[in-house]
Design a protein around this ligand. Sequence first.
Ligand code: PRP
Ligand code: URA
Length: 207
Amino acid sequence: MGKIIELKHPLVSHHMATLRDKSTEPHLFREQVRRLSLLLAYEATAQLPLKPIAVQTPLTTTECMELACRLALVPILRAGLGMSGAIHDLIPQSEVWHLGFYRDESTHQPVEYYQKFSDPPPDQAFIIDPMLATGGSAVEGINRVKEWGVKTCSMLCIIASPEGIENVSTAHPDVDVFTCAIDDGLNESAYIVPGLGDAGDRIFNTL
Ligand code: PRP
Ligand code: URA
């Protein structure tokens, strides 16, 4: 079974308050998404493999470490874009590959509209989306990444519902889920409660 990691950190709690607040303007909402994404990435990268490299300092040669895997960031459009830039800045050698899904408003099922992956697949992938609601988009996104040939996947989201976690864990028991908060559940429109509303609309100012 994959691990479910809910971040417990004062900065996460502090920034989540602003993110959830309905009066937070899009520019600050985007900044908070970036801050929380960095905290998530710090946790999600803790087990990345390293290899030794020789580095010449001004004084001597010493053994240092560098990342020893090809890591792909896979943001799910649109809202995942709000997170991937910050994580890409933190791990500049990571690759960014996009997947496009939107939720059908009546069925709440994910509708795929964009995928572009090329061979060979990377060693690991972080699937990135701020909201894990029913889990439909995440399950399909992870399906695509595994079909690509990626062996190790993690899901990074800012808010997860218990239903979404259950669906991802059932479909993909090998995938770890990193989240800043596990909320109470979903309402009749499959929105996360208490949640933050529509993440994509708040990031892109399209409410
Ligand atoms: C949101 C969110 C996830 C999905 C989560 O995207 O960013 O991709 O819904 O819901 P699920 O877990 O029930 O599948 P949305 O469809 O609003 O598209 P957008 O990012 O383009 O706004
Ligand atoms: N997508 C969102 O942006 N928010 C939710 O609460 C559920 C799906």
